[in-house]
Design a protein around this ligand. Structure first.
Ligand code: AHR
Length: 499
């Protein structure tokens, strides 16, 4: 097995929009209560936010966090989460069959965002509600003062408007599990009217229309075409959601699934461009991949949870080494379309299918998937270069011609650095790699970070928090002819940093 890759600073795919390293906090399980917020915890700050969790979030340099859902938002009354905390009502959350105590709402979440050095991507409820609620929340959040809702915000202690720039028009409205799910026409019309009033209140905002809940939905991609047909003039992005699992314990096939993600992205771009052509429009609709991850480990446990408790452990996937590899491949898939994928959210951030885990009253630690996500976010800023790759290949159950090498390069001109992100999908053998850097000439290797493990199922837990973690012992070096040569260990995630 072997691979080579050519990159050239003039072969540009596009600028990385830093928002592709976004994440997601939903009112679900222990994401909010017991995750970012746990008053009484030894590390809780004056508002009850966990400082240890904030530190781990900051380590990821997360630029934007989607909130408050997810399925939760489709039955949520945002007004329940504002005003004096002691007067807030407990409500049934039908999406996750829990009780929502409403101790955290819009204002507290914005406080947390400031502490985490991130922005909010706010979702409005288009399940049980519509344009009326949406115009109110944006007036509350973004208008300076002098109106009912903006003055109410000021009376709640928030004089300066939050100025939330990015808004999702509902969540997964094509899914029968969604509270108030809709046909494409019903949703397209509601989303259009909601978008209009929201932009009338604040023309500076950007809006995301719901695409399909996954690429396997029967209505994909007709859904996208119909929704954009109705909303093209008023929205800026269409969303994509996709989760993968390894239910049949076939790791070679599991790791090939990012090829499905490549196709998914390609099809949504094509559909958006078809509508642009149909409308004779100037505007390109870009992509917001605002839910993506591995999600399946917790499915069985979740089916046994008793309903109507507050913040039970839900969707608490414990991620292993192979999950981190697929997460790396998925990041590479999005970078390869940096020209059109402008936002993305790893779903989610804390405890719920998350890179960060906590024990109630106890420690906070990094799951395996924390590492590829962190590396991409920290080192993957700049311009994505076309990866001209030759690689040996394999056939898997659902995919043929799967390259052993999955890779992409990001050029950070400001720092004069090039970073290669690369996964070796081969489960038994190391992959020799030759990198031809042509126009860069005279590069040196800053470091070659590797995430590898003999046990594909190895995971980090509260008692073994560092079982899976990266090292900097990769062997990439400059060879006599000026090329970079290295070996990518079997089943490994690699970050080769060059200057
Ligand atoms: O992220 C978990 C859930 O997955 C979200 O609430 C929903 O949008 C999706 O189905």
């Amino acid at each position: 097995i072997q691979a080579s890759m050519i990159i050239d600073k003039d072969f540009v795919i596009g600028e990385v929009d830093s928002r592709i390293y976004g994440s997601f906090i939903e009112h679900l399980g222990r994401a909010v209560y017991g995750g970012i917020y746990e008053p009484g915890h030894p590390q809780a700050d004056e508002q009850g936010f966990r400082a240890d969790v904030l530190e781990l979030v900051k380590g990821l340099d997360v630029p934007i966090v989607r909130y408050p859902g997810g399925n939760f938002v489709s039955g949520y009354n945002w007004e329940d989460g504002i005003g004096p905390i002691e007067q807030r009502k407990k409500r049934l959350d039908l999406a996750w069959r829990t009780i929502e105590p409403n101790l955290i709402g819009l204002n507290e979440f914005m406080d947390w965002c400031r502490k985490a050095n991130t922005d909010a991507m706010m979702a409005v409820n288009l399940g049980t509600r519509g344009p009326d609620e949406a115009r109110d929340i944006i007036e509350y959040a973004n208008i300076t003062g002098g109106t009912y809702w903006s003055d109410l915000r000021i009376s709640h202690g928030y004089k300066v408007p939050h100025n939330i720039k990015t808004w999702c028009l509902g969540n997964e409205m094509d899914g029968p599990w969604q509270t108030g799910s809709k046909t494409a026409v019903e949703y397209g019309r509601t989303a259009c009217e909601t978008a209009k009033v929201m932009k009338w209140v604040d023309p500076s905002i950007e809006l995301v229309a719901c695409g399909s809940s996954s690429l396997t939905m029967a209505t994909f991609p007709e859904w996208e075409a119909t929704v954009l047909d109705h909303t093209y003039d008023h929205v800026d992005y269409i969303s994509l959601h996709q989760y993968y699992g390894n239910r049949d314990k076939n790791t070679a096939n599991f790791l090939a699934q990012s090829m499905g993600m490549d196709r998914f992205i390609h099809t949504v771009i094509s559909t958006a461009d078809y509508i642009q052509a149909k409308k004779r429009g100037k505007k390109k609709i870009n992509l917001s991949f605002d839910e993506w991850n591995v999600w399946y480990h917790s499915n069985e446990a979740d089916s046994k949870i008793e309903p109507w408790s507050i913040a039970p452990p839900q969707l608490e996937d414990i991620y292993n080494h192979e999950d981190a590899l697929l997460v790396g491949c998925m990041l590479i898939s999005m970078l390869k379309r940096a020209d059109r994928v402008k936002m993305a959210c790893l779903a989610q951030l804390v405890n719920v299918i998350a890179p960060i885990m906590t024990a109630n009253g106890g420690a906070a630690w990094k799951q395996t998937i924390y590492y590829p996500y962190m590396h991409a976010s920290v080192f993957g800023r700049g311009t994505v270069l076309v990866p001209l790759i030759k690689s040996s290949k394999y056939d898997a159950k659902d995919y043929t011609d799967v390259p052993h090498l999955e890779a992409v390069a990001v050029h950070n001109e400001e720092k004069s650095e090039v970073t290669i992100f690369a996964v070796n999908r081969h489960l038994e053998e190391a992959l020799p790699l030759e990198l031809d850097l042509r126009s860069f000439g005279g590069c040196r290797v800053i470091e070659h970070i590797v995430l590898e493990n003999d046990d594909l199922k190895a995971a980090n837990t509260v008692d073994a928090q560092d079982r899976v973690k990266p090292h900097t012992g990769g062997n990439a070096t400059v060879s006599a002819n000026g090329q970079i040569q290295g070996t990518l260990g079997k089943a490994s995630w690699n970050v080769i940093r060059l200057k």
